[in-house]
Write a protein that binds this ligand. Structure first.
Ligand code: PNS
Length: 162
């Protein structure tokens, strides 16, 4: 029997990518044959960075992982996964507080398409407190986010709020 290639989608808002996201991308790239980082196109939110800017930062930050690509999607995540021939949805869980929301999403996605499995990975413990929302807030209020986001993102954040 020939082993099937496992393609995984890592979906999210990534506004912007943090070192926690990057940690998960690196872990995922080691266990899946192909990892597609997919940015949600959501007109309802009021993002700091455009989808294109977020994709560009994701591409630059993950360029050392050859099996990682960056894309965007709209509509249902499971429909996008099927279009990309992905059998896995990768998500990160930082703390117990993430669990409830992640569980309902995973079960809804399973109800929508039972062939797609959600796989959770934990980022390094040093990123447990980290989120894009907090990074945006700290930067807006003049705080330092060195070490929390890739250097290229730090520069763009500074330029954005200047
Ligand atoms: O980084 P985020 O904002 O927590 O990511 C949330 C995301 C993009 C994974 C989630 O909102 C999503 O999958 N949206 C697509 C719409 C969808 O498929 N909804 C039904 C399943 S929960």
């Amino acid at each position: 029997m020939v082993a099937q290639r496992v393609v995984a989608v890592y979906p999210g808002s990534f506004d912007p990518i943090t070192n926690g996201h990057l940690d998960l991308i690196e872990r995922g790239s080691k266990i899946f044959d192909e990892l597609i980082v997919a940015v949600l196109r959501n007109a309802e939110k009021d993002p700091l960075f455009t989808v294109e800017e977020r994709m560009e930062m994701l591409r630059e930050a993950s360029q050392h992982c050859p099996n990682v690509s960056v894309d965007s999607f709209a509509g249902l995540l499971v429909d996008y996964a099927v279009r990309r021939q992905a059998r896995v949805i990768l998500r990160g869980i930082r703390a117990v507080s993430d669990f409830e929301n992640e569980m309902t999403m995973a079960l809804m996605n399973r109800k929508l398409d039972a062939n797609i499995e959600t796989v959770y990975m934990m980022p390094s413990v040093s990123y447990t407190f980290l989120s894009s929302r907090l990074v945006r807030e700290v930067v807006r209020l003049g705080g330092d986010v060195r070490g929390l986001v890739p250097p290229l993102v730090e520069a763009r954040l500074r330029a954005k709020v200047a």
